[in-house]
Design a binder for this molecule. Structure first.
Ligand code: ATP
Length: 214
């Protein structure tokens, strides 16, 4: 089983996230890619974040009919703040060592990884796929990995990734970067402007019905 885990606030989920998920799924031939909304995101300011149940529902609506994409409620089922390390341990235990778990993260989020709980342990638990923008400098990722994660990571051209003698791999993948952000969508809603073609239609209907982000 080749599993992809894509965590985020998804406040709300938008076409940037969805396009990225599909491209990663295809490039790494994943059997399933789970989109995992965080329950109480420790890095985000409370008040601007929609209820976790609503964010999960928006993810469900967004992936409806997509064969390889699925919404996961794992972080909502757990009390307290959401820490990625707990989520990775959960899937590691559930699927066992023969499965291959890939944690998917944007380059912006990856560059803040040192602030995440038990961040070094993450690299012993799952492979990382860092979504880069076409043309972004790999050199800076390499410096970052060597300075903050481990000097033993070595670049391998064939896989466009970094291998480690004991830990999991860190891959880089250039994706079509749609310049869409959830914060921009929330701002547009606050201003009463259109969000059409930034998020799936079903998600837009849900936002309107629940009067989110007003
Ligand atoms: P906000 O604007 O509220 O900070 P966001 O749109 O960046 O939100 P998050 O839920 O914080 O969304 O992001 C979850 C993951 O998706 C992160 O790894 C982030 O790097 C990635 N991501 C966010 N926007 C895009 C995009 N347009 N294209 C590809 N990946 C994205």
């Amino acid at each position: 089983m080749r599993l992809g885990l894509f965590g985020g606030t998804f406040n709300p989920i938008h076409f940037g996230h969805l396009r990225a998920a599909i491209e990663v799924r295809e490039a790494f031939n994943l059997d399933k890619l789970l989109l995992i909304p965080s329950a109480n995101p420790p890095h985000k300011i409370a008040g601007q974040v929609a209820d976790a149940e609503d964010r999960l529902e928006m993810v469900r609506l967004a992936v409806e009919g997509e064969p390889f994409l699925e919404a996961s409620e794992i972080e909502l089922a757990r009390p307290g703040p959401s820490y990625t390390i707990q989520t990775l341990r959960h899937f590691h235990e559930r699927f066992g060592p023969e499965s291959s778990i890939h944690f998917i993260v944007g380059q912006d989020a990856f560059s803040e990884i040192t602030t995440w709980k038990s961040y070094k342990e993450l690299f012993g638990t799952a492979h990382f796929i860092v979504m880069t923008r076409p043309g972004s400098k790999l050199g800076s990722i390499e410096d970052f990995i060597h300075t903050n994660i481990s000097e033993a990571y070595q670049y391998d051209l064939t896989s466009n990734g970094y291998g480690h003698p004991e830990w999991c791999k860190i891959f880089c993948l250039d994706i079509t970067h749609l310049d869409i952000s959830a914060s921009e969508i929330r701002e547009r809603i606050r201003q009463g402007r259109s969000i059409r073609f930034l998020i799936p239609h079903a998600v837009e209907d849900f936002v309107v019905k629940k009067e989110l982000y007003r």
